[in-house]
Design a protein around this ligand. Sequence first.
Ligand SMILES: C=C(CC[C@@H](C)[C@H]1CC[C@H]2C3=CC[C@H]4[C@H](C)[C@@H](O)CC[C@]4(C)[C@H]3CC[C@]12C)C(C)C
Ligand SMILES: C[S@@+](CC[C@H](N)C(=O)[O-])C[C@H]1O[C@@H](n2cnc3c(N)ncnc32)[C@H](O)[C@@H]1O
Length: 357
Amino acid sequence: MDSLTLICTAALLAAGGLYWFVCILGSAEVKGKRAVQLSGGSIEKENVQDNYKQYWSFFRRPKEIETADKVPAFVDTFYNLVTDIYEWGWGQSFHFSPSIPGKSHREATRIHEEMAVDLIGVKPGARILDAGCGVGGPMRAIAAHSRANVVGITINEYQVKRARMHNKKAGLDSLCEVVCGNFLQMPFPDNSFDGAYSIEATCHAPKLEEVYKEIYRVMKPGSLYVSYEWVTTELYKPEDPEHVEIIHGIERGDALPGLRSYKDIAEVAKKVGFEVVKEKDLAKPPSNPWWTRLKMGRIAYWRNHILVTILAFLGIAPKGTVDVHEMLFVTADYLSKGGEKGIFSPMHMILCRKPEE
Ligand SMILES: C=C(CC[C@@H](C)[C@H]1CC[C@H]2C3=CC[C@H]4[C@H](C)[C@@H](O)CC[C@]4(C)[C@H]3CC[C@]12C)C(C)C
Ligand SMILES: C[S@@+](CC[C@H](N)C(=O)[O-])C[C@H]1O[C@@H](n2cnc3c(N)ncnc32)[C@H](O)[C@@H]1O
C-alpha cells in the first residue's frame, strides 16, 4: 500500500469513527436529542457560559438563595442550561423511578408515571393538571394510559416548545396542552381541574405551602392530587458533615432552594386545606433502588464528557455546556450517595383530597 492510500484509509476511518462517536454513541438511549443538537435552551449560544456563572453564583451562600421571589427565574435559567443534556442523556421524563427487574428504564419510568394517574383515579375526558411538566414525558404516558386531558405548566419557555413538539410527534396533542407559567401563580380559574399531579417538580418552590395552596385553588372540590416529593429522610442527620455535604451537593446541582424533610410534606398539605389520603416513600424496600440507573451510566457520562468537550471546542455546542455537564456529573454522584445512604428520597409520595364543600 502506498502512503497516499494509507493516509486516505486512516482519514476515512477517523471520520467514520468520529461520526459513530458523535452521532451514534452520542445518544445513550432513544431520546429525540443528539449531541450535535445540544443548546442552551432559550439562551443565546454566546451567553450560555455567563448564565452558568450566574446560576452558580446563587449558591455562594448555601441555603440562602437570595430572596424567594428570585427562585423561579433562577430555576428557569437552570432548565435552559440542562434541558437538552437531560433529554440527550436521560430521556423525556425528568425524574427517577425504582428499578424493576426484567424491565427497561423506559418501562420502569412509564409504570411510575401511570401509578400517579391511577392514584388520582380520573376518568377518560377528565381535565387534569401537571404542575411542573418538563418536556412532557410523564404527561404523554399519563394521557395515553388514562385518556384524560392533561394541562402541563412549566416556567421554562424552551421546555414548552420541546413538549409541544413531542406531543405532536406522539399524536397526543389533542389530549396534551402545555402552558408557560409559574406554578405559584397559575393562569387557571378556581375549581377548574378534576385532578392534579406533580412529579419531582414542587421541590423547586421556595415555600411548599405556596405551590400546594395554588394547586388546591385550581382543583375541584372532591378531586385528588398526588405529588412525588424530593425530601431528606429520617436517616438524615444535620449534625453529620458528610450528610450535609451530600444534601448541599444535591441542592446545588438541581436548582433547589433547600431540600425539605419528609416530615414537613403532610403538615403543609393539611395547612392549605387538603385531607391526606396516603403518604409513602416509594424508594423504600421492597422497591428496588432508583439510583442504580445513575451509577450504571458512569461510563456513558465519561464518553459524554469527551463528546461535549470536543463539540464545544469545535464551536458546535455552546462553550458553557462543558461546565454544565461537569456540574451534572458531580451531581449524579451526590444523588447516588444520598440514595445509597438512605438519607434522601426523590419519590416521597403524598396523595391528597380537596374536601367537598
Ligand atoms: C427532578 C430533577 C431531575 C432529576 C434527574 C432527571 C436528573 C438529576 C441529575 C441528572 C443527570 C446527571 C448526570 C448527567 C450525565 C453526566 C450526562 O452525561 C447525561 C445526563 C445525566 C445522566 C443527567 C440526566 C438527568 C438527571 C438524572 C431535579 C432537577 C429536581
Ligand atoms: C425535574 S423537572 C420534572 C418535570 C416533569 N415532571 C418530569 O417528571 O419529566 C421539574 C419541572 O418543574 C418546573 N418548575 C420548577 N419551578 C417551577 C415554577 N415556579 N413554575 C412552573 N414550573 C416550574 C420546571 O420548569 C421543570 O419543568
